[in-house]
Design a protein around this ligand. Structure first.
Ligand code: SIN
Length: 280
């Protein structure tokens, strides 16, 4: 019953804060309300939650089956829960660049639910960027150029041998032989809202069909400033009890790495998505 008082407060830049809801009491009706809000706002934030590991999984399953990330270390007793961890000694973090999760999969994940477990005294915000707004903000010539294009999304340069994580002190994320590469439309029709979304990202998009590597990089650099313009991003400051649910098709995110010497542990559960269709 308390769930009926739930309110959704749109935040500046990207996302919405959901008030007066207890995520441990998820049911089909609440999942429908949250799904609709998620597809509209791209990311939902919650304060003062108290989710056990089992409740975290139940919440994710209310949206979609779980899609286990192949690269992240899992909680030792809960293989469906990925640990996003940085120790006091490590200097690199996980997700410290603009990206969207699993865009390299043929059916990219719907989204992820991140639960704060152990936070540094300050810093460690997660930034989110609105890809509906990014598409809408592109100048007409750039929209016309990319409207019917397709992009290549890969993993080897991030998770493969010699990739970014292998060269860092987060090398537990590297070494998998399962290094997918796939192609998606550059502008997708969001599977939930039907709206056009810019669907490339600097971490996993490695090229565009029909363009050389250099031309592809140049195009990505042209799109980037529109995607991460301050007016279309929001920095979420974590507190004990905070939870974020994001839609990977509608947002990018970036984990700030500004808390060296302190421990940070988040639990991430990722929800399965569907094949993506071109918007146009
Ligand atoms: C991620 O899923 O990319 C990590 C986000 C975070 O740790 O804030």
């Amino acid at each position: 019953m308390i769930q009926e008082t739930l309110t959704v407060e749109k935040l500046p830049g990207c996302g919405a804060m959901v008030h007066d809801v207890d995520l441990s009491r998820i049911d089909a009706r609440l999942a429908d309300v949250l799904r609709e809000a998620l597809f509209e706002h791209g990311v939902l934030f919650f304060r003062n939650q108290s989710l056990s590991r089992q409740q975290h999984l139940d919440l994710a399953r209310a949206f979609a089956p779980i899609d286990i990330n192949r690269f992240f270390p899992a909680d030792p007793e809960w293989p469906e829960i990925a640990k996003v961890e940085k120790t006091r000694e490590q200097t690199s973090n996980i997700g410290g660049g603009w990206h969207t999760d699993h865009s390299y999969d043929a059916e990219p994940a719907l989204g992820s639910i991140l639960v704060a477990r152990d936070l540094p005294p300050s810093g460690g915000d997660t930034l989110f960027a609105d890809m509906y707004a990014a598409w809408a903000s592109l100048p007409a010539e750039l929209q016309d150029r990319v409207r019917h294009m397709q992009a290549i999304h890969s993993t080897a340069h991030v998770f493969g041998e010699g990739g970014a994580y292998a060269q860092s002190d987060q090398d537990a994320l590297s070494g998998s032989r399962d290094l997918p590469e796939t192609i998606h439309p550059v502008v997708i029709k969001h599977p939930g809202s039907g709206k056009p979304v810019l669907y490339v990202n600097p971490a996993f998009t490695t090229g565009f069909v029909g363009l050389s590597k250099d031309e592809g990089q140049e195009l990505l650099y042209q799109l980037l400033p529109h995607a991460i313009d301050k007016s279309r991003t929001y920095a979420f400051q974590w507190e004990p009890g905070s939870v974020a649910i994001w839609d990977n098709r509608a947002t990018w995110h970036f984990a700030r790495n500004d808390y060296h010497g302190h421990y940070r542990l988040m639990h991430r559960v990722t929800m399965a998505g569907v094949p993506l269709e071109a918007a146009f």
